[in-house]
Each structure stands twice: as C-alpha cells, then as structure tokens.
Design a protein around this ligand. Structure first.
Ligand code: THU
Length: 158
C-alpha cells in the first residue's frame, strides 16, 4: 500500500518566523516572473542548509517549450550556485491578474522529478510549502509527490 502524508495550514499565524519569511520570499519572486504568454506568475524560494535563500520565477519564451517553471529556475540556480549544499525547504506561490491564487499551487510533474533528485542528494527529506490565498499545503518529503518515480540511482532505499 502507498500512503502519502501532508499537512493543511489554514491559519498563517501557525507558521514559524522562518517559514513566513520563506513564503514571503516566494511571493517577492512573483515580481520577476516573465509570463507574457500565460499571464500566470509563479514564484519559488528555496532555503539551503547554509542559510541562503534562492528565489526563482517562471520564465516563458516565444518558442513555448523553451520556458521554465519557477521551481526549476530556483532549484537549478541553487544547484549551480551552491553545489552539494542540502535543501532544507521550498515554497511556491502563484498569481494572476486577480492576485494570489485561491488554491495552493502544486508543482508540475517535471518539477517534481527535479525536486526529488535534489532531495536524494540532500542529507534528508525537505518540506515543500504550496501556498494559496488562505491555505497552505505542506508536504514533508518530496517522495510523496512522485510515487514510483524514475531514478537512475540503483538503490532500493531511495
Ligand atoms: N508554471 C510554473 O512556473 N510552475 C508550476 O508549478 C506550474 C506552471 C508556469 C509555467 C508557465 O510559465 C505558467 O506557469 C503557466 O503554465
């Protein structure tokens, strides 16, 4: 049997300071979204084990498939800037012309694959905060987001 576990946070006052800060940094990243085609802004913030926070936003392109999601922009930059430094937590938010999305944004499949591989090379699982206007979903292990995932690591424990 496969069981996934997540936490729903309905009261933002329940957040610790560092969590609120990380979420605010994901919200700040919305400003740098380049999304003239979808008009859907996505912001991400990745907290690393060395205390650095790497922000990312979705970057679109006239040749549509060339664009990249906010999550992968942030993760790949974290990997390029601080190789080998573990990820501690990540937050993701989205907005339209009407403001922040009501429901928490949930990463696409390709981003989940990338998030999982960075977890596998981190020291332990990290939490993802999927943020909506009034509600946050927190998942404390990326493997819950991608059951039966592809892995090129020949290790059954991963
Ligand atoms: N997008 C993200 O940045 N992250 C997600 O998790 C889902 C989708 C972007 C891709 C595209 O620029 C826009 O949102 C609309 O799909």
């Amino acid at each position: 049997m496969l069981t996934i576990s997540y936490t729903e946070i309905d009261d933002f006052n329940d957040l610790q300071d560092w969590e609120r800060k990380l979420i605010d940094q994901a919200k700040d990243a919305l400003a740098s979204s380049y999304s003239p085609y979808s008009h859907f802004r996505v912001g991400a913030a990745v907290l690393l084990g060395n205390g650095e926070v790497i922000q990312g936003s979705n970057q679109e392109n006239g040749a549509y498939p060339s664009g990249l999601c906010a999550e992968r922009v942030a993760l790949f930059y974290a990997g390029a800037r601080f190789p080998g430094v573990p990820i501690k937590a990540m937050a993701v938010v989205a907005s339209t012309a009407e403001g922040l999305t009501v429901n928490p944004i949930s990463p696409c499949g390709a981003c989940r694959q990338v998030m999982l591989e960075y977890q596998q090379i981190s020291d332990k699982p990290y939490s993802l905060y999927m943020v909506g206007q009034n509600r946050i979903i927190r998942v404390d292990d990326i493997k819950f987001l991608l059951p039966f995932s592809f892995t090129n690591v020949n290790d059954a424990s991963k």
